[in-house]
Write a protein that binds this ligand. Structure first.
Ligand SMILES: O=C(O)[C@]1(O)C[C@H](CCCOc2ccccc2)[C@@H](O)[C@H](O)C1
Length: 144
């Protein structure tokens, strides 16, 4: 049975590629999805790529990934990373492994980005590798 890897993106990441390219690069989420789809096909996996500016959507999608028997969730929760106890609880509530991804390196940025509620519950994290971090996370998920 072909397994799915959910790739979930949080607030403002719909702007990826259009603002602050010096931090986040010039690729759009659609560009990222195209590369992930190609690699996933070679790995015998399917990508479910989503983005929302609403915390509850991300939580619903984490529950959906569990119910769907997904191989893994790749989660860039955006700024909710640093604020959301609800996302921490949602990740803890599922057995599907969650890989935290950040395009930038939050540890090297403002202090308010140094704590990750997502990271406290996730299986692991890839940060600071630009959008390539999503591909690195997919390679890891393929080996779970
Ligand atoms: O580096 C990352 O991937 C972040 O998750 C991006 C978040 C920001 C998401 C907004 O992304 C934009 C992308 C392009 C233009 C404007 C915002 C930031 O709050 C986190 O600390 C680190």
């Amino acid at each position: 049975m072909t397994q799915t890897v959910y790739v979930l993106n949080g607030p403002n990441l719909n702007l990826l590629g259009t603002r602050e390219p010096e931090i986040y690069g010039s690729d759009t989420l659609d560009d990222v999805a195209a590369r992930l789809d190609e690699r996933a096909s070679a790995l015998g996996l399917v990508i479910e790529m989503r983005q929302s500016n609403h915390e509850g959507h991300l939580i619903d999608w984490l529950h959906e990934a569990q119910a769907d028997g997904a191989r893994a969730v790749i989660l860039n929760a955006g700024a909710y990373t640093h604020t959301s106890l609800a996302l921490y609880d949602a990740i803890r509530s599922i057995t599907t492994p969650v890989i935290e991804v950040h395009i930038s390196n939050p540890a090297a940025r403002e202090d308010f980005r140094h704590h990750s509620y997502v990271g406290m519950a996730a299986k692991g994290a890839i940060t600071g590798m630009g959008v390539y971090g999503y591909e690195l996370a997919l390679e890891a998920a393929a080996r779970f």
